[in-house]
Design a binder for this molecule. Structure first.
Ligand SMILES: *[C@@H]1O[C@H](CO)[C@@H](O)[C@H](O)[C@H]1NC(C)=O
Length: 429
């Protein structure tokens, strides 16, 4: 795989910027002519007059390699364009040519806009020229300034596909706000993460700043602030965080009786489960894939609502969100057998090496055995309500899916909160 070369010539405080860029460019071109095997990107300051035009700059390099000049109003914009280019060509290795002082600043941007799958190697060669490229004022750039610049830039990007569309269940009482997200309305541009990806993994190409921007847009649409938002820290097990207590290191359930706090469960085939008790005003969310289902995470969450906040099982309502259907999900026979022992109907063709498994049905059966009322559970069998238990794998236009898209999958969520009493009065009046 090729290595991209990023040449940082962005140094606004230089009074002789044009001459300086030419000088740096000569130096860099001599350096990379020998050992580069990938595309070269030059980051320039847009507002400055560059004496030699950018075509001249490109010609310094173009005899041997593909060169692009990135000339945006801010570094965040240039680095984002650079990221789109390397993502397009599948590149993950980058050599950054800059000065010692600017290295720290560039690193701040890279931390926000890239993930651990990208490998950056710094070459500090642009020092000792007679300009203010390395002026001391440069080092006063604060991380918060960089963060503000990046988030401000991302806020102004157009949505990649359509508007945010949120699915809702008519089984959940109006004293709660809730929803299941779909793919549209975010800014993630990589095909399997596009566009409202709501989880940043160090193993994929969507950085935290992009996911934070997607969450901000979701909050605007749904009516919450990102700082009120708490997403399950999944481990495919059955630990539950009782909000107010110290959270476990990871947990696949959250329960609370605090109004205004948004709790959310991720999923990309795994089930986001929303629990609500309109009598005691208690809520819960759970993330259940096949492992969590077998470990009983759904019933553990319901039981936590009972033991911690005084819910009665017969008052709890559970909605199973978009997730992989029995049409698309297979397991090895040994694991499928565990579902078969919950109920034979959970498995189709148990004798095949990879039987089809119905994790929703297993969830319903376990919840009913635990004491929930059948009519208080919404899944893909419920016909008298709008269907929210859609198959993630069957609907590429609406949902992310691990089974369908492989390891670079994006993540949708189910979210829920108890409305503040002032919100409810506003609605009543
Ligand atoms: C809900 O949608 C899924 C397809 O995503 C389908 O398999 C299921 O039968 C639907 N349920 C109802 C009640 O229509």
């Amino acid at each position: 795989m090729a290595t991209a070369i990023l040449v940082d010539l962005f140094h606004l405080s230089c009074p002789t910027y044009g001459a300086c860029v030419v000088e740096h460019t000569k130096r860099v071109s001599a350096l990379i002519d020998n050992d580069a095997n990938g595309p070269v990107y030059l980051i320039l300051c847009q507002p400055r007059e560059v004496t030699s035009d950018t075509r001249n700059l490109e010609q310094h390099f173009s005899r041997k390699k593909q060169t692009q000049v990135l000339k945006h109003e801010c570094i965040a914009a240039s680095l984002y364009t650079f990221k789109q280019a390397v993502d397009e060509s599948g590149i993950t290795e980058v050599e950054v040519i800059t000065s010692a002082q600017r290295r720290t600043i560039i690193q701040m941007y890279l931390d926000l806009l890239f993930t651990a799958i990208y490998k950056f190697e710094f070459k500090v060669v642009l020092d000792h020229l007679d300009c203010s490229f390395d002026s001391p004022t440069m080092t006063r750039v604060q991380f918060t300034d960089v963060k503000d610049e990046v988030s401000n830039f991302l806020q102004h990007l157009p949505a990649v596909r359509g508007e945010i569309t949120i699915l809702g269940s008519s089984l959940i009482s109006d004293c709660f706000s809730h929803g299941f997200t779909t793919r549209s309305g975010g800014i993630s541009y990589i095909s399997t993460l596009s566009s409202l990806n709501l989880f940043s993994s160090s193993r994929r190409r969507d950085p935290k700043a992009v996911v934070a921007e997607n969450l901000r847009r979701l909050g605007l649409k749904a009516g919450f602030q990102p700082h009120q938002f708490h997403l399950i820290k999944t481990n495919h097990a059955s630990d539950v965080w009782v909000m107010g207590k110290t959270p476990p290191e990871s947990y696949d359930g959250i329960v609370t009786n605090q109004a205004g706090v948004v709790i959310a469960a991720p999923g990309a085939d795994c089930m986001p489960l929303l629990f609500s008790d309109p009598v005691a005003k208690v809520i819960g969310v759970a993330h259940a894939g096949w492992k969590g289902t077998l470990m009983g995470v759904a019933m553990t969450t319901a039981n936590a609502m009972v033991s911690e906040f005084g819910s009665k099982l017969e008052d709890i309502v559970v909605v199973i969100g978009p997730s992989v259907g029995p049409c698309c999900f297979t397991l090895e026979r040994n694991s499928a057998k565990e579902f078969h022992s919950i109920h034979p109907d959970c498995v189709r063709d148990i004798e095949s090496p990879m039987p089809y498994v119905d994790i929703r049905l297993a969830t319903r059966i376990l919840l009913q055995r635990g004491g929930l009322l059948p009519e208080h559970i919404q899944d893909d069998t419920v016909t008298d309500r709008p269907n929210v238990t859609l198959c993630t794998s069957c609907h590429p236009e609406s949902f992310f899916s691990h089974v369908r898209d492989g390891i670079n999958f994006g993540t949708q969520i189910g979210f829920l909160w108890i409305k503040e009493s002032s919100d409810i009065q506003q609605i009543d009046s």
